[in-house]
Write a protein of this length. Structure first.
Length: 323
């Protein structure tokens, strides 16, 4: 049994036209089938209290849920389609996030995309100019202050118990490469990561290896390999997510991070037999991948549109509340 649940035939994080993707939900499902995947979780960005270019419109969440339920039924026997949502957490919006989560989902990916200060709300994994403004205007020119605020917010999300999976754990590094004031080897950064992993280990969600970073300025998965190894030491479950926003990116990068391609012999996994958390316990004996978050608003962004197989590699802790 693989306690880390790294199965290259399961993609646990993709987006569609309902939020900032460039393809319909069915187009993403078809791409997953063509790639030989057995499981796909569609996890569009949740609606937000105030409009953001990458977020789902609140009026469309009912249609989103119905369409995913229909696709689950239509593709039964070819691929397992999971109805998911990516939470965009801020402590000040905790109640809103809980209302979104309470609707009932197969998978909830918890992420931090924004930070709030007295000076406003700052998007920290959008385009480079937005990040630079966040550092300069929101955090007094200090990348360290922004990074520490990011991990503090991520720890709040983890301790909230809202998510099944922690999304793009260290996405804050996206625009930090080459800065004189940042190095992943710095003790303060290692400490922030270690404290956040302690929170993960205590709360129990899985950590996503997000291959979308390979196609972004970071040119590396989220999280960095040394963080993945730290997860392994703690027996923290790991799952794969492409964070694909277009069909050709579904499952992209999985071979690179696992060394296995679709069609190769699969390792023993927890699919259909239990959760990653159960497995971990037992084992202890553009880069325009993300157009809504990457693209400069001034340049325009894509418009928003209207099985047998494996079980989710993380526990489905919430019963779906209808369609």
């Amino acid at each position: 049994m693989d306690p880390l649940c790294l199965d290259p035939l399961q993609d646990g994080h993709v987006h569609t036209l309902y939020s900032d993707g460039s393809a319909s939900a069915e187009q993403m499902v078809r791409a997953a089938v063509a790639r030989g995947l057995v499981s796909l979780a569609v996890t569009d960005h949740m609606p937000l209290p105030e409009p953001r270019r990458y977020a789902m419109d609140i009026e469309r969440i009912g249609a989103y849920r119905r369409e995913l339920s229909g696709l689950r039924d239509a593709y039964r026997g070819r691929i397992t389609v999971h109805r998911g949502l990516e939470l965009d957490y801020l402590p000040e919006e905790d109640r809103w996030c809980r209302e979104m989560a309470a609707m009932g989902w197969d998978r909830l990916v918890g992420s931090v995309h924004r930070l709030r200060t007295d000076g406003g709300t700052w998007l920290i994994n959008g385009h480079r100019g937005e990040f630079a403004r966040a550092v300069a205007e929101g955090f007094g020119g200090s990348a360290r202050r922004l990074v520490e605020a990011y991990f503090a917010t991520l720890r709040r999300l983890i301790r909230s118990g809202l998510c099944d999976v922690v999304g793009h754990f260290d996405v804050v590094k996206k625009h930090l490469a080459g800065r004189a004031d940042f190095d992943e080897a710095q003790p303060w950064y290692r400490d922030a990561v270690e404290r956040t992993l302690e929170a993960v280990a205590a709360a129990g969600p899985a950590v996503e290896i997000n291959t979308g970073g390979l196609f972004q300025p970071a040119a590396a998965p989220y999280p960095s390999p040394w963080i993945v190894e730290a997860c392994r030491r703690r027996r923290i479950p790991l799952v794969l997510g492409s964070d694909a926003h277009r069909p050709d990116r579904v499952g992209a990068g999985f071979v690179r991070v696992t060394g296995r391609a679709a069609g190769e012999q699969r390792p023993p996994s927890t699919a259909g037999t239990g959760s990653c958390r159960d497995a971990a316990r037992e084992s202890q004996g553009p880069p325009e991948n993300d157009p809504g978050l990457v693209a400069d608003p001034a340049a325009g962004v894509p418009g928003r549109g209207a099985g047998s197989g494996s079980s989710p590699p993380v526990p489905a802790r919430r019963a779906s509340a209808g369609k």
